[in-house]
Design a protein around this ligand. Sequence first.
Ligand code: PLP
Length: 407
Amino acid sequence: MSELNTDFLKQSFPALSGSQVYFDNAGGSQVARHVGDRLVEYLYTANVQLGASYPASAQAGQMVDAGRAALAMLMNAARPEEVVMGATSTQLLGQLAQALSQDWQPGDEVVVTNFDHEANIGPWVKLADKGIVIREWKMPHSAHEPDLADLRSLLSDRTKLVAVTHASNIYGTINPIPKIAQAVRKAGALICVDGVAYAPHRAVDVQALGVDFYVFSAYKVYGPHFAALYGRYEALLAAGNINHRFFTRAKVPQKMEPGNANYELAYACTGIIDYLVAFAQEHGINMQGRAAIEGAFDVITAHEERLSDRLLDYLRKRTDATIIGAPEADHMQRVPTISFTLADRNSRDVVEAVDPTGLGIRYGDFYSRSLVEGLNLPNADGVIRVSAVHYNSVQDIDRLISALEAA
Ligand SMILES: Cc1ncc(COP(=O)(O)O)c(C=O)c1O
């Protein structure tokens, strides 16, 4: 496959017409025009309360349902009711912990990692207040791939759930979720996967992964500031109700959406599919629906590997650079979220020297605080992170390399 069609990308992402180069995409991506169009369509044609008997209300309800169906298709959920919509992944994971723990007893156990974003650690750790025992699956020293044997040693017949990330927002490495899910299932526990750092780069397939819960943030996948939590139907059905007191557990997924999700943002998510289908067609894949999504992400994966390769090649050659994560671009191993440090340089100083060049990179712990603290980088202000997505070009990376040289 040749380079991506940059005219198409510029038409699809209005923000790309400006001079800013976006390399903080793991923090939030640019939004596709298709998404903005859907958002405006909802607000201008369907902005009524749902659930009433007048036709406009029913039509608005169908539009919100279409948003849920789009999010289900993005994750390959078996049915739309398996999607809980909400403002952010952090909030959805907090709600999930609240719902599941209604049935847990003191002495029950949860496994969290020290390499996740805090969003998939904190809500579970807080359950210690209820007597839930928290076990920590630690990354082996100086590694960026967790050891499955370590996880197995933490599982017991009291384990209720394992919370783990699909791709690290620091290392960029992809964890072997199908294998992890298998081990967790064997122990009779549930698995909750944070897919936030993975979903912008690959077609998520919750059924192939074999997970119970999976969360991602639409605003990092070219969509609006919104998030979705997949729950395997039976697992959602069994969870407690966190909505109005008179909702029953059978009210899936509304029992998990207190106060309702934002309607216009839900409908705007249909624009993510519109964009991916248009992207696929623009790159020679004449398919619709899920097949188009998978085709689009295949093209995206190949392009992103080229971007990673260019930057990692530069960093590998720099004797003062330490790559935090897989040093190779292999798309089976990593996404193009690349973190590094420079010897004797403060990460913040480096990033601030790059800022005036119009290349938006970033330093810090990115709320993966246990992970970054474990790296033991005194006075470094965390790592330098360059997080690319498919609308970045090889030329963008070359500009960044020049800026890093100058910095
Ligand atoms: C890996 C990862 N998980 C979770 C989150 C939290 O997402 P949200 O902002 O939707 O709560 C982030 C945000 O940066 C993230 O990078």
